[in-house]
Design a protein around this ligand. Structure first.
Ligand SMILES: N[C@@H](CCC(=O)N[C@@H](CS)C(=O)NCC(=O)O)C(=O)O
Length: 220
């Protein structure tokens, strides 16, 4: 049975990162678009799959899994012999990988989310942007990226010299800055290493294709 991927109706967030892993590995899947505004994640059927009532979720031949990072790692491990490795081997490489994964979820993602919320989500919902809050959020993200600049000055990717799922985790919201909000904090002259890394991620052929195509499905 083809893998089912429950995603929101926009090519963003964890749905985008999972789709990227699927593309890198060449795994076929069926996207099922869930309408968040209609509260389709809060139905008893959906809550039986995801007790917090969120997307993304996968159904891999009856095996249900939620949380985008867990899904990306599961797919990378299940299809280890296809496409790029995406997960490290060896005790120390795995430890460094875990370190990078924690940095993404505890440093990068919360900072990105604050910028997203104030700079992109609010205007999209017709709410007034609080410029002071947005500036504070941008400064918070810049602080994290200054540390990324040091890390990426010593290695090609965020978990070492190999491309991994942790690099992909960073693609959930940040690529939307430049496109929707006119904020392109990821590629700044004062952070040449972050810029190099970021440009390498967003110009990967898989990502370029996904951005162009989005999910190939219509709302159910
Ligand atoms: N940490 C989760 C975040 C999931 C999440 O926040 N999903 C949002 C959409 S991007 C959602 O389903 N929201 C529905 C709701 O809160 O009602 C992941 O990475 O999978």
């Amino acid at each position: 049975m083809v893998l089912k991927l429950y995603v929101p109706g926009t090519f963003v967030s964890g749905g985008a990162t999972i789709t990227m892993v699927l593309a890198e590995k060449g795994i076929p899947y069926e996207p099922i678009i869930v309408n968040l505004e209609k509260k389709e994640t809060k139905t008893p059927e959906f809550l039986a799959m995801h007790p917090f009532g969120e997307v993304p979720v996968i159904d891999d031949d009856g095996f249900i899994l939620y949380e985008s990072r867990a899904i990306c790692r599961y797919l990378a491990e299940k299809y280890a012999d296809r496409g790029p490795t995406l997960l490290p081997n060896g005790l120390k490489a795995k430890a460094i990988f875990e370190q990078a994964a924690s940095v993404e979820s505890s440093n990068f993602a919360p900072a990105v989310w604050k910028v997203m919320n104030e700079g992109l989500v609010k205007p999209r919902r017709g709410l007034t942007v609080d410029q002071a809050l947005l500036d504070e959020a941008l400064a918070g993200l810049a602080e994290k990226l200054d540390v990324y600049e040091i890390i990426l000055g010593k290695q090609r990717f965020i978990a070492g010299d190999e491309f991994s799922v942790v690099d992909i985790f960073h693609l959930s919201y940040a690529p939307k800055f430049a496109k929707r909000g006119g904020i392109d904090i990821m590629t700044r002259p004062e952070r040449p290493n972050v810029t190099r890394w970021w440009n390498e991620l967003i110009t990967r052929p898989t990502w370029v294709k996904l951005e162009a195509e989005g999910y190939k499905a219509t709302e159910s």
